[in-house]
Design a protein around this ligand. Sequence first.
Ligand SMILES: [Zn+2]
Length: 410
Amino acid sequence: MTCDPGPRTPDPGPSNPWTPGNGLHYQLLAKSGKARRGRFWTQHGVVETPAFMPVGTQATVKCVLPQQVRDTGADVVLANTYHMGSPERVQLVERHGGLHAMMRWNHTILTDSGGFQVFSLPDRTITEEGVKFRFTQGDAPTVLTPEASMDLQRRLGADIVMAFDECVEPTAEAKYVSESLDRTHRWLKRCFTVKLQEHQHLFPIIQGGMFLELRSKAVKQCVELDAPGYAIGGVSVGEGHAAMKRVVEHTAPLLPEDKPRYLMGVGLPEDLVASVGAGMDIHDCVIPTRYAREGTVFTWDGKMRLQDKRFKKDRYAIDTKCACPACAGGFSRGYLRHLQFADEPLGQTLMTLHNLHFYQDLMRAMRQAIEQDRFDAWRKEFELRYFAGRQGGDESEAPEGRRGRPQRDY
Ligand SMILES: [Zn+2]
């Protein structure tokens, strides 16, 4: 089995060619089918692609230290502008000289625009100007505009900042999606009028819902602006794996070859493999960290719910070949299950470390398979093994991402 790429190698350490005003220096190093192996640089170092960004919503990857995140092989993390964007929090970040210094993460950071969270709020109002909402009930209403989102992201200081856009529901009708897309494009042009810090790079977001012709139109409009990179948004919003694949497989090949491509909010290991296979480079998702806190861990043989009874007396590590502190440290599945039911934070830390290691190992395995021009063969082997254990009888799971802390069954 060649899923596991073997021992982790340190950064190749090429000298950083990044200089202000000269983009991200994306290099396409190899291709295998549509899958791309590349790298790009920010002021804060190299990002090897295909890449996975752990999510540090509130300026922390929950339960783990920044150095532990780095030790998994992550080159970049994501922080959420909505969660860090209240006046009090932005001032706190500024007092520390930016997110990098405050979070103690001296590598690349990406912030989203805040739009995704604001659009999910129940009582928001969309106008040409922006979106009116309240941070919490009882607060005065705030209007998040493209300019305000850029200003917040400028003050947070991430290396990559995302355009302010509307992420439409997957069930939205063509007429609404088309009008929304036009507005998102007008907002994008307004985003580009805001001066960012010199180390920051603005990525437009390709929207268009499930309508492929609108996706094509969005690519054409965004590419005309010659941005340092491009993102595909509006997927992983409940449309399902097949619809996500359809949109990404249509859209990715339309994007410029010489710029990094970011698929927002994706996903499960099989989604990442499909995305890389379609030619995407950068990914983020709360799944590895959120699932870990809920007791679900990922392995090359599929995912495991450690709260299941079958692990009660299990003295093996999650994956005996894994190099993470949980597995290499000898912490057993039975012990992790106990920590989960006892509500002990150590369990969440260990399972988060394992899942983050697994996700980075998965990306490294894909990078290696592309370098060896055997991505499709690797993908078949991965899927065969990953899904082989799926017929297990005790995986009575709630919908993805909605599992709560186990209350009984100890
Ligand atoms: Zn592990």
